[in-house]
Write a protein that binds this ligand. Structure first.
Ligand code: CTP
Length: 132
């Protein structure tokens, strides 16, 4: 079974690793659509800290990831699923229900997020460190 997932994966953290490892364990290969810098601006209202080339490089280096591509539009998810012949879409449960219409193309599963960590929180923690 070919698994596909999507995300920004900015400032790569253990919550990212957990979902990728769990997604990979659900099938025989894992392909990851990495949100482009422009898409991230549209989706989250800011550019990522790490640019798309670097985020793709980090993901490609992981043993649980078989293939990485650039996700340039949220509306293209059905095309990406077809292009990569994915049998199953896996997303964190912050997206629960949001991709149910894709069940016509492949299985869709939402996995529980790792508690107490996110890119947003990491940015806030770094910002709150007092300057010397
Ligand atoms: N994810 C997770 N557990 C976390 C953080 C993220 O399982 N603690 C999952 C998301 O549900 C998503 C994938 O990792 O399926 C990529 O999420 P992304 O939005 O890139 O990471 P966040 O840390 O949630 O980023 P942000 O704070 O900018 O929203």
């Amino acid at each position: 079974m070919r698994i596909i997932t999507f995300g920004t994966f900015d400032m790569f953290h253990v919550g990212h690793l957990n979902i990728l490892e769990r997604a990979r364990a659900m099938g025989s290969s894992l392909v990851v659509g990495v949100s482009s810098d422009a898409l991230n601006l549209e989706k989250k209202g800011r550019y990522p800290i790490c640019n798309q080339q670097d985020r793709m490089r980090i993901l490609s280096a992981l043993s649980c990831v078989d293939e990485v591509f650039l996700e340039e539009s949220l509306a293209l998810k059905p095309d990406y699923i077809r292009q990569h012949q994915a049998d199953c879409l896996v997303m964190g449960d912050d997206w629960a229900g949001k991709f149910d219409e894709l069940k016509r193309l492949c299985e869709v599963h939402y996995l529980p997020r790792t508690p107490a960590i996110s890119t947003t929180e990491l940015i806030e923690v770094v910002r709150s460190v007092p300057q010397r």
